[in-house]
Each structure stands twice: as C-alpha cells, then as structure tokens.
Design a protein around this ligand. Structure first.
Ligand code: KG4
Ligand code: ZN
Length: 332
C-alpha cells in the first residue's frame, strides 16, 4: 500500500512516498532556514506562504523520486497538528483536495506520534512496548507506547521544550537560527564543566521536564559576564555547559520512565534527537544500563513526511479516515 505523506506543521515543506508503512521510496524536505534566519525564529505567516509556494513542487519531486504517479497512490496522510495553524492548513488543504479528486482515503496524523513512528522506517524497528522520548522544537514528551495507536503520555515539559531552549540560548549567544545545530557545533569546542548550570527537577513529578530555569541561568551568566559574547572560547564553554545540562535532563528522565514501567526499549526522536552529544550519552547509558536504544537516523529525526506517511498507513490500516470537513489543531 503506497501512502503519500505531507508535512507542513512548522518550517519544513515535506512530502514522501512510503510503502506499507515501512519502506521509504522517497522523502523530500524543503527547509526554510534562510528565510527565517533574518528574524531569529520562525515567522508563522511567512512559513505558511512559503509552504504555499513549495508544496506542489515538493509533492511532484517526491512522486518523481519514488517513480510513481498520483494514480498509483493508495492513500494520503497529512500532519493535522500540533503545529502552526496557517502552516498546517496548507498541507492539509492539498491532502484533502488530492483525497477528494483521487477518491482515496485520508489520514489526519498527530505530528508527535509520527515522530515516534519514524523508528519503524529503519531496518531494526522496536518491538512493543517501549518508552518514546519526543524532543522537538515545540514538545518534550515521554510516552509509554503499547501499540501503534496506544500511546500514553507519562511526562512533558512544564515550560519550554528542549528544542526551544536550544533555539533561545542560541539567539542569546548570537549564534543565529536554527539554534540546535549551532549550539552543537560550538559546544564541540567547549568544556561542559566550566559553567555550573542547574538541572531543574520537580520532586513530586519525576517525569516532568523544565527548561526555562536553565535558560534563565544562561541569561544570568551572560548578564554577569557580558564579555562572554565577544569571547569565542567562553561562548563555547557556555554552549557546552548548557547542552550537557539538557542532555543529562533528557537522559535521566528517559531512564526513570524505563524503570517506572519496566520497559527495556527506548525510542528517542524529534529534531533534538539529531544532537550528536545526546546520541552519544544515550548510547553509552544504553550500553551500560541494559536498555535497547532506537535512534532514527538524523533525516528521520528532524521534520519529514516519511514519518507522516508511516503514521497514516497504520491509521488507515486500523480503519481510521479523516472527515474531509475536519480542521487542523495547534495543540494536543
Ligand atoms: O522535530 P523538529 O524538526 O520540528 C518540530 O517539530 O519542532 O525539531 C526542531 C527543533 C529545533 O528546536 C532545533 O533547534 C532542534 O530541533 N534541533 C537540534 C538539533 N537539530 C535540530 N537541537 C539540538 N541539536 C541538534 N543537532
Ligand atoms: Zn517535528
């Protein structure tokens, strides 16, 4: 069964063709980094308008690269939320129009569930049940995943998402956008032990994340020592210290969730899961801690439409069809 997946929840216009929810025939991603870099972050209305320009060429490229025509597609899948409304509307409207004219079923995909299902697009997918840590620009969620359509939220962030913290600290250090990649590159030159930064915990809620205190601590360091901004070595130390605090917080909570549920498998996904230091620490801990770790390759961690097509496949298999009058949603 061939699914055409469409992703426009934030600043990537993406389309992909996936066979049977497992085999990626094509995955095309048009990023808008340069467009938003001058504003230091994603401008929703500009993102939506760029999606409108990109969406049909990106879909055509995905079909061409897969070597299939629209007529050969068995179903459509589009991100329905959470995300930027104006951006989601573009992908969903195109998906609806295609489903309507081709008379094919449409799946409305939960973007975070799609991130988790990216783990099934690899050669070694996880068995159920497993813990999934989704770390993206807008979310930091831990789920207990019992089946494709059975995901229980165990913990989330009470304030900023991990990716958001990377982006905000990058802006503060004047590294530009997108922040995560820039912090990672700079941190490679730095010593994470130089700045003592907090690891916020909420004792009664061990699986709840909090990153705004960490971000504020970085702000205080820069206010106290403004010379950091003109000193690449100090900047690198601060980036490394910040990254280490985030990595530790994510890794510790993931293992708490494994222990609390008795699960032995861990999937880590979403844009921040592309971070090399996070991947390294997770691998080390899995090696010594007896857990089986599933880390999708980098291009399946950041936003893409192959994961949307995979999620859509499992929904359509379960008989779920999106009503052509359904709306998109920003939260959920
Ligand atoms: O999943 P994603 O591509 O889009 C959302 O659904 O939000 O995640 C984007 C987030 C951004 O905050 C970006 O800074 C972060 O992922 N990110 C990284 C890295 N690559 C992307 N954070 C840390 N290290 C990276 N290498
Ligand atoms: Zn995402």
């Amino acid at each position: 069964m061939l699914i055409l997946g469409i992703e426009t929840s934030c600043d990537e216009t993406a389309a992909a063709v996936v066979a049977d929810g497992r085999r990626v025939l094509s995955s095309v991603v048009a990023t808008q980094f340069e467009l938003h870099a001058q504003y230091g972050g994603v401008v929703p209305e500009i993102a939506a308008r760029r999606h409108l320009e990109n969406i049909l060429p990106v879909i055509q490229a995905a079909l061409d690269q897969a070597g299939v025509t629209l007529k050969e597609i068995d179903g459509l899948a589009a991100s329905q939320g959470p995300g930027l409304i104006g951006a989601l509307v573009i992908g969903m409207a195109v998906a609806k129009a295609l489903a309507f004219t081709l008379k094919k079923p449409l799946a409305g995909v939960h973007h975070l569930q799609a991130h988790i299902l990216a783990a099934f697009l690899t050669d070694a997918p996880p068995a159920f049940p497993f813990i999934a840590l989704v770390v993206s620009g807008g979310h930091t969620n831990i789920y207990l995943v019992r089946a494709f359509r059975d995901m229980e939220l165990l913990g989330r962030t009470r304030d900023d998402a991990a990716g958001e913290a990377f982006d905000k600290v990058a802006k503060l250090l004047r590294l530009g956008y997108p922040g995560g990649v820039k912090i990672e590159a700079l941190a490679r030159e730095g010593d994470p032990g130089v700045y003592a930064l907090p690891r916020p915990r909420i004792p009664q809620e061990p699986l709840t994340f909090s990153f705004s205190g960490l971000k504020t601590a970085v702000v205080h360091q820069v206010k106290k020592h403004p010379e950091i901004l003109g000193d690449p070595v100090a900047q690198a130390h601060l980036a490394a210290s910040f990254q280490e605090a985030v990595v530790e917080s994510l890794t510790n909570r993931a293992w708490l969730a494994l222990e609390a549920t008795g699960c032995t498998r861990l999937v880590v996904c979403g844009g921040v899961a592309a971070n090399g230091r996070l991947r390294q620490v997770l691998q080390e801990r899995a090696g010594s801690g007896g857990a089986e770790l599933f880390l999708p390759p980098l291009n399946l961690c950041t936003d893409n439409a192959a994961m949307v097509a995979a999620a859509g496949y499992f929904q359509l298999q379960a008989g779920e069809r999106l009503d052509l009058a359904a709306d998109v949603y920003s939260r959920g």
